[in-house]
Design a protein around this ligand. Sequence first.
Ligand code: PEP
Ligand code: MN
Length: 336
Amino acid sequence: MIIVMKPRASEAQVSGVIHRVESLGYRTHLSRGEETTIIGVIGDDRPIDRTQFELLDGVEKTVPILKPFKLASRDMHPADTLIFLNGQNVGGLQVIVIAGPCSVESRSQILEAAHAVKEAGATALRGGAFKPRTSPYSFQGMGEEGLQLLAEAREATGLPIVTEAMSPEQIVLVEKYGDVIQLGARNMQNYTLLNAAGEARKPVLLKRGMMSTIEELLMSAEYILAKGNSQVMLCERGIRTFEKYTRNTTDINAVPVLKQLTHLPVILDPSHGTGKWEYVSAVAKAGVAAGADGLIVEVHPNPSEAMSDGAQSLKPEKFAQLVKDVRRVAEAIGRS
Ligand code: PEP
Ligand code: MN
């Protein structure tokens, strides 16, 4: 960081700040301009709370230089992180597609959905067994039985399973039955859960909170990485804005911004991003054109009977068309 002194800061104030910085084990670089003196702090100063310097006599402000996320940053790790999933590298040349219902509802529903998305070309099957619902009276998911059905659908189709965990105990279960641990938007800043996902040995799909900034998403990923799990995929799933025609506003900007800031793969969720099945395909294509490494799409054999998120779920034939359209977009930008 750089500490900028007030225009008429005294010598005693400047040396007081230098003394304080050096007492914390950092070196300093002093630069005196015609009006302002600035003190550069040398070393990784991310652990220090900058406000403590702003409270010292004679200090005007502090300016951070290092990005607050270290392990997630492309500066530290220029090459793309690749996460192996069903014979493909997420984050590589191939754009992957995770698809399936919002919730696992029954054996026949998840098997039918699994066969349909596999047929259409999906890379992995999604389906929630533990559901984060706004209302406690809404369907909460089938729990462990749902996970067993997902494992059965993997047996039947060969598709790996992406499914959400809402607590550290559920992470243990998802690790047992599933292949990718999904952490939902509502839990993006649940630090106990992030730490537990960091200790897991399966890849994590971390969804952006609906009211979180891109930097907050990266800081949450940093928790998982700092605990030793390097297999993190980030997911843009729409943020809350004033717009009412859609459920959320898909932040397409986040895709190229994240690709620049981090080496982690970026997945786009056009289903939660729009909330309406009519717009899902268009936004999926936009996401791939913008550089997303994959999509996660809600598909239900019979959306009008879905127990959650039916309005944004595609029928299998519409999903098959989406895959065809997205393939052409991927090829247009040199991917497959
Ligand atoms: C989901 O994927 O069904 C889900 C609950 O997503 P989000 O956490 O993005 O709302
Ligand atoms: Mn859903």
